[in-house]
Design a protein around this ligand. Structure first.
Ligand code: MP5
Length: 214
């Protein structure tokens, strides 16, 4: 597999990526005009996402064939665990309940992640993880470029734009690129596109308040 795999995936998903970065939720966040209600909805739903992200990593660690991959993913579990604390502290500060049901889109996305980790190939699972992390790195980097480390959002911005997070995303991309074969390519592309679409949908869901109709 050529080392351009990652570039090709990003190029194919570019329209989705651009729509994601330009989404009104991120635009309003970056310009300081996002309503508190919308931001709190993101806090509640993303907390659910990260909780399932830990289960996803657990499945992937169990399937990882070597120590290098297991240890890298184990470090990520610790980082995800620390993220839960950021969500919990923010929720406490704003008297916000985190005991909410996942919306259809949140549940769809996390179910897709867990199903891929349980029944997809190892490289498919690495693809969805790399895509989700890269999407957050790019989305929050765009926010940071406009807003800097504004106090209201500093912990989130710092979390997903730090040099450590950037290194983790790069490491993950390298793991994917070196393990993928040419035969894996169609399933990798499908997994990447589905994940990119879910990333767009997640921002859209928290912006519009999309939830179960009944
Ligand atoms: C991430 C996230 C990044 N928190 N939420 C969504 C919808 N996509 C990606 O994952 P992590 O575990 O917070 O680094």
């Amino acid at each position: 597999m050529p080392s351009t795999l990652l570039d090709e995936l990003l190029a194919e998903a570019r329209p989705i990526w651009q729509a994601m970065i330009a989404h009104p939720f991120l635009h309003e966040l970056a310009t300081g005009t996002l309503s508190r209600e919308r931001f709190h909805f993101w806090v509640q739903q993303d907390y659910r996402f990260v909780q399932d992200g830990i289960r996803f990593l657990g499945l992937l660690i169990a399937r990882a064939p070597d120590e290098e991959l297991r240890r890298g993913l184990l470090d990520a579990v610790v980082a995800f665990r620390n993220e839960l604390t950021i969500f919990e502290e923010s929720a406490r500060q704003h008297a916000l309940s985190l005991a909410v049901e996942p919306t259809p889109i949140c549940l769809g996305y996390t179910s897709f992640l867990l199903a891929t980790a349980a029944t997809g190939s190892l490289v498919e699972a690495l693809t969805v993880l790399w895509c989700a992390e890269k999407a957050y790195y790019d989305a929050w980097s765009a926010v940071r470029a406009q807003l800097g480390l504004a106090p209201a959002y500093a912990r989130w911005i710092e979390n997903w734009t730090s040099p450590q997070f950037a290194s983790w995303v790069d490491w993950l991309g390298e793991q994917l690129a070196k393990r993928a074969t040419t035969a894996d390519q169609p399933s990798i592309r499908a997994a990447f596109l589905a994940t990119a679409r879910y990333e767009y949908l997640f921002w859209d869901m928290v912006y519009t308040g999309s939830n179960w109709p009944i």
